[in-house]
Write a protein that binds this ligand. Structure first.
Ligand code: AMP
Ligand code: MG
Length: 408
């Protein structure tokens, strides 16, 4: 029986980033990991840009109070200036417009007065600058301030978050090499299971693991494919697991991995040529937890049938594997220390991951243990967004004690 850290290390030893592909930058690429460095194709801004509506001026011309400047043209955003600003001249300019040659600053409209009478005789008239402290470069975004042509703007292994989509657009990228989201097949086993749309009859229960693991897969950065329920039937179980291995990068099998007469999964895997690396982990909930690799490299997880156990097993072992397959550098699980909102007193025969909820109070973040009655209790776990990690043996701690917490 492996310790949690050793079991995770064994899983990660067999998890390799998937072959990269080119993804179009549609919203379905959100969260994918970039596979190459992305350079800027041009400077941004591509020209010195006005940051205010006002007048482009030579700052030196504005040193004396109430300087009056001749307006030589108007430059809206999206147009190019055609006039050079000489001594005593200015251009009317708008936010986002390129600065005219000769000007080195923008004076905000609010710091100017139009000289209406000066409009007589045509032209753009004259403007009075009421701000006598105009500094060179004020309200001007110099060319290349954000990025220069050739600069790497996004490094390989950047996660494509919404800002990354904007940055890629700014350098003209509409498709980029990324790691694919791993494909994950989800199979439930158990002769007692019926799907959610069916009322259970004598001895039956509804299949909760199928929908739950499918959703955990999506949250963990995988693309799920639900294979259905394999009753505790050898041939059905074998054909569905074989299908999963053929079409996916990861196969999740819930239930049937323990040591009972109907726990067929280990024998089926043996027949399918899956190399089993471990079958048990010293953890609660979820001791029976199998990990193997198929001949084609597909990762195969046999998760415990009890829903809370399957849930925790997924978070501790499957989710980190999905991250590595999907090109992430850090597999997780993300663990931090937080104070508990109430004292704990419990005894565990194995290291335990206890459902909990993080809370933000006036003194910062803390973690509240949820009322929970063990491996079959999924409802108790449901409000949780964290797992408090407890060592084997007696845990006695007071409110405020710092505990290791896995963030989900
Ligand atoms: P097993 O690991 O197959 O021995 O199952 C352990 C326990 O989990 C049994 O009480 C099963 O009925 C229950 N169980 C197994 N699979 C599921 C499932 N997909 N949904 C809900 N409960 C399950
Ligand atoms: Mg079973």
């Amino acid at each position: 029986m492996l310790e949690v850290a050793d079991a995770l290390a064994e899983v990660l030893k067999h998890a390799r980033p998937l072959k990269t592909e080119v993804a179009a930058l549609t919203s379905s690429a959100l969260g994918q990991v970039l596979a190459v460095d992305i350079p800027a194709d041009m400077d941004s801004p591509p020209f010195p840009k006005a940051l205010r509506d006002g007048f482009a001026v030579r700052s030196a011309d504005c040193a004396s109070p109430n300087a009056e400047l001749k307006v030589v043209e108007e430059v809206p955003a999206g147009a190019m200036p055609t006039k050079t600003i000489g001594a005593g001249e200015a251009s009317r300019i708008f936010t986002g417009a390129p600065m005219p040659t000769g000007a080195d600053a923008v004076v905000m409209q609010e710091d100017t007065q139009p000289l209406a009478s000066s409009l007589q005789g045509g032209g753009w008239g004259w403007v009075r600058i009421t701000d006598s402290a105009v500094k060179p470069r004020q309200h001007v975004f110099a060319q290349g301030t954000e990025m220069k042509a050739g600069d790497v703007v996004l490094k390989a292994s950047t996660i494509l978050n919404p800002a990354a989509f904007g940055v890629l657009a700014s350098v003209g990228k509409t498709a980029v090499p990324v790691y694919p989201f791993p494909k994950v097949s989800v199979l439930s086993t158990g002769a007692e299971l019926v799907e959610a749309n069916t009322k259970p009859m004598g001895g039956q229960i509804r299949n909760t693991n199928g929908p739950m693991l499918t959703a955990q897969t999506v949250r963990g950065g995988g693309l799920p494919r639900y294979l259905g329920i394999a009753r505790d039937d050898f041939a059905i179980t074998r054909s569905l697991i074989r299908e999963g291995i053929e079409v996916s990068d990861v196969v999740l099998i819930a239930g049937g991995v323990s040591v009972g007469k109907f726990d067929l999964v280990p024998d089926v895997l043996k027949e399918l040529g899956v190399r089993v690396h471990f079958r048990q982990v010293r953890v609660k909930p979820g001791k029976p937890l199998l990990f193997g690799t198929a001949q084609d490299g597909t990762l195969v997880f046999g998760l415990p049938g009890n829903p809370a156990s399957a849930f925790v097993g997924f978070e501790l072992f499957v989710r980190p594997a999905l991250r590595i397959l999907g090109g992430h550098k850090e597999p997780g699980p993300r663990t931090i220390k937080l104070p508990v909102t109430e004292g704990l007193a419990e005894s565990n025969d194995r290291p335990t991951y206890r459902p909990a909820k993080t809370e933000l109070g006036s003194t910062g973040w803390s973690v509240r243990p949820l009322p929970w009655s063990g491996a079959p209790d999924l409802l108790g776990l449901q409000p949780g967004d964290a797992l408090i990690s407890l060592p084997a043996g007696d845990t006695r701690c007071d409110r405020g004690a710092m505990m290791d917490v896995v963030l989900l």
